[in-house]
Design a protein around this ligand. Structure first.
Ligand SMILES: *[C@@H]1O[C@H](CO)[C@@H](O)[C@H](O)[C@H]1NC(C)=O
Ligand SMILES: *[C@@H]1O[C@H](CO)[C@@H](O)[C@H](O)[C@H]1NC(C)=O
Ligand SMILES: *[C@@H]1O[C@H](CO)[C@@H](O)[C@H](O)[C@H]1NC(C)=O
Ligand SMILES: *[C@@H]1O[C@H](CO)[C@@H](O)[C@H](O)[C@H]1NC(C)=O
Ligand SMILES: *[C@@H]1O[C@H](CO)[C@@H](O)[C@H](O)[C@H]1NC(C)=O
Ligand SMILES: *[C@@H]1O[C@H](CO)[C@@H](O)[C@H](O)[C@H]1NC(C)=O
Length: 465
């Protein structure tokens, strides 16, 4: 098999000549490095003593444990494995590291990557496997539990700004992912609801950290699962920003458990992007968006909201009177939907937190979101290529906003908007979930984070080589 040439062909066909020229020298450099390493590793046993050879196992996996002699050079195992790894986006040698966020870099800075997924094939294949095999154990609570209101799913249709939290639990509890057998579980769900605690007079905002710390104490006494991993295979779901302080008295939850939260800013210490999951904040809408195709987008950009942060102050200060960028504070006189349907771009601007429902609002109304919220660990960023359907603008660049948006050609805009329509389904909740909707996407993100704690460190070296 002409691995080498087909590989280069593959790249030139798909990524253009520029990337080929970038790719050839990189490959050559990598190859030479590997050959040097290979040379050193195969000759070092002639020079070094025994316990240094022990280290070779880690560097050169192809040397068999009981065979002190290196394999003959002509079999070139280095070449083969390098090619397999380089081929990982389509071949069989794909790398699927759990808990690793695989966001490819663009070698050529200004070329827009138009694909909605980082890797559609891997996603679709993994999704099927997730859907088939993923199992979660939920700590059981009775209907007559005094805190059933906090621990069981709501019996109404979730509404409002923080609906994502209630939606997840409601849909999840009826899904095929639930297992009653903890030995079959990949993950464990802590079913307390932050939103419900806020409104429970017995708990209230102040009482949330104590409640959670008691809850964890209770389950760690009654069941063996928490202690087994220090909570690392457990997760909870919260959309209100109060969730950020909710774990103050339960450090293990913060440090070890998977936090599925809307306020996912990697600037704050409580959120660890590769461990935790960013839950999209979505104002639920069941009906189809009104007359999307026929909407005329006369305004360049639209924002409406309270001025509750320095970032929003800055936006209003610069663009308040502009005739093309419509930045509005306080109550709107026209329907909110008109703003989203009548603008090319819709601004998501950081308020108290990095997250608001505005991104999902924009997508719903077919408006290209502009994200002005530094350090926002965007929902599904390990699956979706946000650059293909949104514009991310740094807070400092607010004065350049018009220049940035006007610099986007109409072809590029059409592409972005077309992709908006493609990703829209991932930002919608349904009481009866439908494939690839917000519920399934969150499950997929959780699945990516399963089981890394089950690695048996003591034997991993032996079994790998
Ligand atoms: C690389 O791929 C080739 C051909 O597909 C296969 O024979 C070989 O075993 C692979 N090597 C590794 C290290 O995966
Ligand atoms: C590389 O990927 C192509 C598909 O794009 C596949 O046909 C080929 O077998 C792969 N090669 C290896 C070595 O995995
Ligand atoms: C996922 O599982 C559900 C329930 O078994 C099923 O209805 C759905 O078709 C599956 N989707 C995919 C893509 O496999
Ligand atoms: C913990 O368990 C005790 C005793 O069963 C119970 O009274 C209390 O409500 C539980 N607390 C939480 C937060 O689950
Ligand atoms: C879990 O660990 C705690 C603290 O060390 C201990 O009190 C508790 O009994 C353990 N739980 C179980 C089920 O062994
Ligand atoms: C916007 O208009 C108001 C009143 O017309 C004026 O006071 C203010 O300075 C203007 N702001 C900017 C940034 O032009």
């Amino acid at each position: 098999m002409a691995n080498n040439s087909s590989l280069i062909l593959y790249f030139s066909r798909n990524r253009g000549l520029v990337k080929t020229f970038f790719f050839i020298p990189t490959t050559l450099a990598l190859l030479s490095t590997l050959f040097i390493l290979f040379y050193i590793s195969t000759t070092s046993h002639l020079f070094f003593n025994h316990h240094q050879r022990h280290h070779q196992h880690k560097l050169t996996p192809f040397i068999l444990k009981n065979n002190p002699l290196p394999p003959p050079l002509k079999s070139s195992p280095v070449l083969v494995s390098l090619l397999n790894v380089s081929n990982n986006s389509h071949g069989d040698g794909r790398v699927r590291n759990q808990r690793s966020v695989n966001v490819p870099m663009e070698a050529n800075g200004n070329s827009v990557n138009k694909e909605v997924f980082h890797d559609r094939d891997i996603f679709l294949e993994d999704y099927k496997q997730m859907n088939r095999s993923f199992r979660v154990y939920v700590y059981p609570h009775r209907r007559n539990d005094p805190f059933a209101n906090v621990l069981l799913p709501v019996d109404f249709e979730p509404r409002g700004n923080y609906a994502s939290e209630s939606y997840f639990k409601k849909v999840f509890m009826k899904s095929h992912f639930v297992t009653k057998d903890p030995s079959k579980a990949d993950l464990f769900f802590l079913p307390f609801s932050i939103a419900r605690m806020r409104h429970d007079r017995r708990i209230g905002t102040e009482g949330i950290p104590d409640f959670i710390s008691h809850y964890i104490f209770n389950i760690s006494q009654k069941y063996p699962y928490w202690n087994r991993t220090g909570g690392a295979d457990h997760f909870y779901v919260a959309c209100h920003s109060i969730g950020r302080s909710a774990m103050e008295k339960a450090w293990e939850v913060k440090l070890n458990a998977i936090q599925v939260v809307c306020s996912s800013s990697y600037f704050i210490s409580g959120h660890i992007a590769h461990k935790d999951v960013s839950l999209p904040q979505i104002w639920p809408r069941q009906e189809d968006p009104p007359k999307l195709g026929s909407s005329k987008r006369n305004k360049l950009a639209f924002f409406a909201g309270a001025v509750n942060s320095p970032v929003r102050e800055k936006l209003l200060q610069v663009w308040r009177n502009d005739s093309e960028i419509y930045a509005h504070s306080g109550r709107l006189k026209t329907p909110y939907a008109d703003g989203l349907l009548g603008s090319k771009f819709c601004l998501h601007v950081k308020g108290f937190e990095v997250n608001t429902a505005r991104i999902a609002d924009s997508l719903y109304y077919g408006c290209v979101p502009v994200i002005i919220a530094n350090h926002y660990d965007l929902p599904f960023a390990d699956i979706l290529n946000w650059k293909s359907f949104s514009i991310v603008v740094a807070t400092l660049d607010i004065p350049l906003l018009k220049k940035i948006l006007k610099g986007i050609s109409s072809e590029e805009y059409l592409l972005l908007q077309n992709n908006v329509l493609k990703v829209r389904k991932h930002f919608q909740w349904h009481v009866f979930p439908s494939d690839y909707d917000a519920f399934y996407m969150v499950m997929y993100d959780l699945w990516l984070r399963r089981s890394s704690v089950r690695v048996q460190w003591s034997t991993s070296l032996d079994s790998n080589w």
